[in-house]
Design a protein around this ligand. Structure first.
Ligand code: ADP
Ligand code: ZN
Length: 755
């Protein structure tokens, strides 16, 4: 509705209702507006409101009975209810802004996709031509002579026996717009417009796949989950979150599918979150196929959708047409009503954390949303995060476990290769035993995966005479040599340089490539086994859009013997013919200045090892390490999650690290080192004044990555048991503290990225 003819001074005559509106793209300005009589409005609605001489879009935060403001004007327009968010999602947005210490505007932008906010995109329409009636044979004969195109179009419509899209008709019979118009005029056809969906899976057929009979271990878990799916009364507490710890290949996904099925049968809806990287065609296909059997539509949300596709997926969800949403992190904000279940697969995955404001954690938001919606939530992982496992030990979550693989397939046998011994031998990259094993697999036509979480050929170029290392001019890291491109590349900022043939400093020709990346591993293996098909999968290969799909497809169908890759191949993939996995350098993540280094290494090794032996033949894993006795490596070798957890949690408790506290990281950046440093120190001093009790404030210090993209970086680390109190303090201090223009400050609550 519009109320443009209502004057601004007619307040007394209105119904006395007001709304508090946050304006879009205004730096978070909030104003009161009056609501004309008889107009429906609720928190989360999108409205158009007058601001000076024009109107702007905004979001309703609150509906009130009075306003303190003077000169309150009327809302110009309330957008249709399917253009806004429901009150629960609005509450989530407000909570995120407080907790993650970010502007409410940024938080709202995450919850409601930009394409919906702007309200400019419309549904795609197409013109359908419907046959109203055929002319009698005489008239038809005349038409054949006089206007053969019109006659042909009529015959095509008659043959189709259903409306035909104008574009199709044109393709089939050359009937142009004018031809159709002429037929319409004569009353033989009618033209109607129809909504078409921009669906990325439009051209794909999904074979119906029925549910599998659960094995006894799965059945126990499923029964517990089902108990929480029973509708609850308004007084009852929300169901306790579940943490499902099930080893790789234990049939967790099958449980998710059946639980979601049950929710759909109850007439409710479900969200399935997966890490972006495992939102592969394989995963989507599994969901689409399962629910094709029961005719339930699945919406898919991820970051590679076009704006049009996102718009249409969003409306399919909002309208209730699709009641299952599978998606990455942001799908936690899917506009579903009557939510019955949220599943978070691989809940330990760092990619659930958004690395720009609002820096929210998808899993944590999912837990909060489930409690607001009072629905069930199931977090699943083969290597639960320290936080979630701690919560289960504390009784906040209910722990469910599956300790065996489906059909009792054995866990792969893991061997640790002590590379300190190997480095004296001929080939320091691949140990002799791994080489032998690789040769055997190639001979037997079984498949192998070699994993190294570092792309490129060598990791640095070092002059052996003067010690010069090629460094990025913008970042405090050395440049990586990429042989295929014949360039030296910065993995932080993307700087490209020409690879020097002699030392840029002392001009000695003895400049050497040091360290190993995936490109070199591929090269070495190919040279040693010239007949084998060796392929690589990492971000460099992925620059070609279809490469990921093609390579995985070729691997699945057995056309590749050895697949070399980064973490891209570590997660969730399922290849029955893989019997050997080699981890080239298990120490890579272990010596990072990050308290999660051990946890991440344990998770990665377990996940990578889980790729082996998923078929009938038992799998074998070789882990190469220079520190073979570090706990993360030893516990993963024995598939001993509990053992790893016990020693890791002691370390966390001793040093007050999460999960015993929440860690907030404040980063201060500037092109000028001195200004970044001074600002960091000033901020630390100000924060110390009136610091909430129990907060541990570290010293301002250079970040481990001291310089990035030409900016010097300083860090301040804070730990607390009460995030909200700390976030309020931080916001208050920052609002009052003027920083030089070139100094940027960002706040990361529950930070993952500590570099
Ligand atoms: P996870 O999610 O724990 O890695 P999946 O659910 O993907 O495990 O199951 C691993 C494999 O076992 C899949 O190929 C799946 O189809 C199969 N599977 C799962 N549950 C059963 C079952 N009850 N009976 C037979 N096969 C099953
Ligand atoms: Zn750089």
């Amino acid at each position: 509705m519009r109320s443009s003819n209502q004057s601004d001074f007619a307040l007394e005559t209105s119904s006395g209702r007001f709304v508090r509106v946050i304006l879009d793209d205004s730096g978070g300005k909030i104003f009161d507006y009056a609501v004309p009589h008889g107009v429906e409005v609720s928190p989360g609605c999108r409205v158009r409101v007058p601001v000076r001489m024009r109107t702007l879009l905004g979001t309703v935060l609150e509906v009130t009975n009075s306003s303190e403001a003077s000169g309150v004007r009327f809302v110009s327009e309330v957008l249709k209810s399917d253009a806004g968010m429901n009150p629960t999602l609005l509450r989530l947005a407000v909570w995120m802004a407080d907790y993650y210490c970010c502007p409410l505007e940024a938080s709202l932008r995450s919850v409601l996709p930009q394409v919906i906010r702007k309200s400019e995109m419309t549904h795609q329409q197409r013109q359908m031509v419907r046959l109203v009636g055929m002319p009698d044979p005489e008239a038809m004969a005349a038409l054949e002579k006089r206007a053969p195109l019109q006659a042909a179009a009529l015959r095509a419509l008659e043959a189709a026996a259903a409306p035909v899209a104008a574009s199709d008709l044109n393709r089939r019979t050359d009937a142009s717009h004018a031809v159709v118009r002429a037929l319409e005029k004569k009353g033989w056809v009618a033209v109607e417009s129809e909504r078409v969906e921009r669906d990325p899976f439009r051209n794909e057929q999904f074979v119906e796949a029925p549910a599998l009979a659960l094995n006894p271990e799965q059945a126990v878990v499923f029964e517990r989950v089902c108990a929480a799916l029973e509708p609850i009364g308004p007084e009852a507490p929300a169901p306790k979150p579940f943490l499902l710890y099930g080893v790789t290949g234990s049939g967790k996904t099958e449980i998710y599918l059946q639980a979601i099925q049950k929710v759909l049968e109850q007439g409710r809806s479900a969200i399935m979150l997966v890490p972006e990287i495992s939102l592969t065609p394989q995963t989507v296909e599994r969901f689409k196929s399962r629910f094709a059997a029961t005719k339930h539509e699945v919406a898919v949300l991820h970051s590679h959708l076009s704006e049009g596709e996102r718009h249409d997926q969003w409306h399919r969800i909002k309208s209730g047409k699709a009641r299952i949403v599978i998606g990455a992190r942001s799908a936690v904000f899917a506009p579903l009503d009557q939510l019955g279940l949220i599943v978070v697969d691989e809940e330990h995955e760092p990619s659930y954390k958004q690395e720009e404001a609002p820096r929210y954690h998808g899993r944590d938001i999912a837990v909060l949303r489930a409690s607001l919606e009072r629905c069930a939530i199931l977090l699943g992982s083969a290597t639960p995060s320290m936080e979630s496992y701690h919560n289960s030990k504390q009784g906040k979550y209910e722990l469910l476990t599956i300790l065996n693989r489906v059909d009792d397939k054995k866990m792969p046998f893991i061997r640790i290769m002590d590379m300190r011994m190997e480095s004296k031998k001929q080939n320091p990259i691949i140990s002799s035993r791994l080489l032998t094993a690789l040769g055997e697999r190639i001979a037997k036509r079984e498949q192998s995966i070699l994993f190294l979480n570092r792309r490129g050929f060598s990791t640095s170029l070092l002059c052996e005479k003067c010690g010069y290392v090629c460094q990025c001019p913008n970042c405090s890291v050395s440049l990586t040599f990429h042989r295929a491109a014949n360039r030296i590349v910065c993995h932080i900022c993307g700087f490209l340089g020409v690879s020097p043939v002699k030392c840029p400093d002392c001009k000695d020709p003895g400049i050497r490539q040091k360290g190993t990346g995936t490109e070199r591993v591929e090269d070495v293996v190919q040279k040693l086994f010239p007949k084998a098909v060796v392929r690589r999968l990492d971000a460099d290969v992925m620059q070609r859009k279809e490469a990921f799909r093609e390579t995985l497809g070729a691997f699945r169908t057995g056309k590749i013997d050895v697949l070399v890759g980064t973490q891209m191949i570590a997660k969730g993939l399922h290849f029955p013919n893989v019997t050997l996995v080699g981890i080239i350098n298990a120490d890579l993540g272990l010596h990072m200045p990050d308290y999660r280094a051990g946890e991440r290494t344990f998770q990665l090794l377990t996940q990578v090892a889980g790729r082996a032996g998923r078929g009938d033949v038992e799998g074998e894993v070789f882990v190469q390490s220079y520190t073979p006795f570090s706990p993360a490596i030893q516990f993963s070798r024995h598939h001993d999650f509990e053992g790893f957890w016990d020693q890791e949690i002691d370390f966390r408790r001793q040093w007050d690290y999460p999960p015993f506290t929440h860690l907030t990281l404040v980063s201060i950046r500037s092109e000028h080192q001195a200004r970044a440093e001074l600002s960091a120190q000033t901020l630390a001093r100000r924060l110390a004044e009136g610091l909430p009790a129990g907060v541990i404030l570290g010293e301002a210090a250079p970040a481990p990555l001291e310089k990035s993209h030409g900016q010097f970086r300083y860090h301040l680390m804070l730990r607390t048991k009460s995030v909200l109190r700390l976030s309020r303090h931080l916001k208050a201090v920052l609002e009052k503290l003027p920083f030089p223009e070139d100094v940027h400050v960002s706040i990361d609550v529950d930070a993952y990225q500590l570099m």
